[in-house]
Design a protein around this ligand. Structure first.
Ligand SMILES: O=C[C@H](O)COP(=O)(O)O
Length: 253
């Protein structure tokens, strides 16, 4: 049985004060803490403070990206060593916004995914098709290729701990959610790719999230699907009440 996982991706939002106040207001109010994993992926400048506030029953802390090297002359970047040292547990790798605006490629996603495992960080690896690819009937080919590339050279033992986030690009921040059937079909394609790579037993252990305009109103229907184990949530993770509602729905699964 896979434990549901709700991860909030705050993207480039909030001040430090707002981030701390959000965290303090949700950390003791997650009704089903223990039945679902919850994660806040905050902007890098807030990670130390939030990790210091995290504890039993609170969300875990995630980063939104990282560099694959441990250290070096990479101005502006954050290393896996730095994240692990702060107590960060998860890191989003290859979000479509990173692929589009910051030149991330399947190759860099693979390097970062390997590096995350090498530093005991759990990667949330993002894959997803554009509207053009969906309309051209290329969804399965695209997401399956992205999963294969991201996990190339990664052992089954590590892969079992990965989280894969299926985020159709056309559904991100647009209010357009994939129907739960469409989302499940894509997540099932990802699971069958994982089974092809690692065998069915390992594939059955890997958690697959859906992301793209997830809100308290649609989370239950998405989580009811057999291959959807959680959500990567942007806009609806910014307000405490809505994040708590999402976590509650996941804990009831
Ligand atoms: O990482 C989160 C996704 O990009 C979804 O964002 P959204 O929930 O605002 O559509």
């Amino acid at each position: 049985m896979r434990k549901p996982i709700i991860a909030g991706n705050w993207k480039m939002h909030k001040t430090l004060g707002e981030a701390e106040s959000f965290f303090d207001s949700v950390k003791d109010r997650l009704p089903n803490a223990g039945r679902a994993d919850t994660v806040i992926c905050a902007p890098a400048p807030f990670l130390a403070s939030l990790a210091g506030r995290a504890g039993d029953g609170s969300p875990e802390i995630g980063a939104q990206t990282m560099h694959e090297e441990e250290k070096g002359a990479y101005t502006g970047e954050v290393s896996p060593v730095m994240l692990a040292d702060l107590g960060v547990r998860y890191v989003i790798i290859g979000h479509s916004e990173r692929r589009e605006y910051f030149n991330e490629t399947d190759e860099s996603v693979n390097r970062k995914t390997k590096s995350a495992f090498g530093h005991k960080l759990i990667p949330i690896v993002c894959v997803g098709e554009s509207l053009e690819e969906r309309e051209g009937d290329k969804t399965a080919e695209k997401i399956s290729g992205q999963v294969r590339a991201a996990l190339e050279g990664i052992s089954a033992e590590d892969a079992a701990n990965a989280v894969i986030a299926y985020e159709p690009i056309w559904a991100i921040g647009t209010g357009k959610t994939a129907t739960s059937d469409m989302a499940n079909e894509a997540c099932a394609t990802i699971r069958s790719t994982l089974a092809d790579l690692y065998g069915q037993e390992t594939a059955n252990q890997i958690r697959i999230q859906y992301g793209g305009s997830v809100k308290p109103e649609n989370i239950a229907e998405l989580l009811a699907q057999p291959d959807i184990d959680g959500a990567l949530v942007g806009g609806a993770s910014l307000e405490p009440e809505s994040f708590i509602a999402l976590a509650e729905a996941a804990g009831n699964e």
